[in-house]
Design a protein around this ligand. Structure first.
Ligand code: PMP
Length: 356
């Protein structure tokens, strides 16, 4: 029988928690619940058969994306979602037995892509209240460290990392590729994209899956020093980004008002939900993203099940004690969550009374 490589055989299966048909409010993947810009949709409808017959050319769209984020075209590559950017970096910089440093709790795919290379993942736990463990990250850097990932703001906590600390980590590991994952940049506003071209070991990843409402299109950006990006272009397949994504890009970038309005809506419903949850006595973390991490403590299972029974999908975070991650939707959708939560709490209290 043929055998996959040892590191692949040892990998755990990763299933994204794609909600089943029984869920009609998906708040478990940090997707937009309102969808993409109507201009993007109109563009997709306008595509003709001839265009779809051709292999998609990435370069013109890369020029647009580079101008938009303020880097040179040779410093940027479009990717099949930010996921592909992470994968390409791992394959480019990690040899078996090399070390990748991540800060946990973290987005799951860093570890998955690193494992495929046979590298070792060094997990540095967040500090108190999920703070960025700056000193511990510095201490963890060894000659074997070939990659470090910092997610800013972080998923699943929603917390931001100080620019000065990120810069110090990058400077402390000149032989490591440092990936700054800015998937939630649009909700936060601070970036290190301005350092691309100046810092040779920095990479910045962005995605159109969140604020642009285009997760289904699979479009991301990876930026880095031009000489390194030339290496990465050897690895990424030439047609990694599909024609829909390429054709949509201009419309998505041009409709700035759409993204600004969506971000405003998310911030307002996020702050409203946070207040409600805190009034109900649940601990939350101040998020700079389109999701909230909430500590439901011992009620976690009952709440996840109760929500599922009401067709609402939330994300369990077993890596954060008692916590659940809730993607932010419209105000009405958040009202539905709060009212469901009220019902579940009443049911659970009643059940506890009966059991006494
Ligand atoms: N990085 C982070 C921190 C994320 O949360 C996600 C998606 N949840 C991604 C990357 C991947 O995004 P994409 O859909 O662009 O692959």
């Amino acid at each position: 029988m043929i055998k996959a490589r040892k590191c692949v055989r040892e990998m755990k299966e990763y299933h994204s928690p794609l909600s089943g048909a029984a869920i009609d409010l998906r708040l478990d993947m940090n997707e937009s619940t309102t969808g993409c810009s109507p201009r993007v949709l109109a563009k997709i409808h306008s595509l003709d058969a001839k265009l779809l017959a051709l292999y998609p050319r990435r370069e013109p769209a890369e020029k647009l994306a580079a101008a938009f984020v303020g880097v040179k075209p040779e410093e940027l590559m479009l990717t099949n979602g930010a996921d592909e950017g992470i994968d390409v970096l791992c394959r480019a910089y990690l040899d078996p037995e090399d070390e990748l440093i991540i800060i946990v709790p973290a987005f799951a795919m860093y570890e998955v892509f690193a494992q495929i290379t046979g590298a070792r993942t060094v997990r540095i736990p967040c500090g108190p209240n999920f703070s960025f463990p700056f000193d511990k990250v510095l201490q963890a850097i060894t000659p074997r460290t070939r990659m470090i990932v910092i997610t800013n703001p972080n998923n699943p906590t929603g917390l931001a990392v100080k620019r000065s600390e990120i810069l110090q980590v990058i400077a402390a590991a000149p032989d490591a590729a440092v990936l700054l994952d800015e998937a939630y940049f649009d909700f936060y506003g601070e970036t290190l994209m301005d350092q691309i071209g100046g810092i040779p070991n920095l990479f910045v990843a962005r995605t159109f899956s969140k604020a642009y409402g285009l997760a289904g299109i699979r479009l991301g950006v990876l930026a880095g020093a031009a000489d390194q990006m030339a290496v990465l272009r050897r690895i990424a397949p030439p047609f990694n980004v599909n024609a829909f994504a390429i054709e949509c890009l201009k419309e998505a970038l041009d409709d700035r008002q759409f993204v600004a309005d969506y971000v405003k809506q998310v911030r307002a419903s996020r702050d409203w939900l946070l207040k409600k949850l805190e009034q109900m006595g649940f601990e939350c973390w101040p998020s700079h993203t389109n999701f909230l991490l909430v500590n439901f403590g011992e009620l976690r299972e009952a709440i996840l099940n109760g929500m599922r029974a009401r067709r609402i999908g939330l994300r369990n975070r077993p890596d954060c004690e008692g916590c659940v991650r809730i993607s932010i939707g419209t105000k009405q959708e958040m009202e539905r969550v709060v009212s469901a939560l009220g019902e579940i709490m009443t049911e659970t209290t009643a059940a506890q009374e009966i059991a006494k």
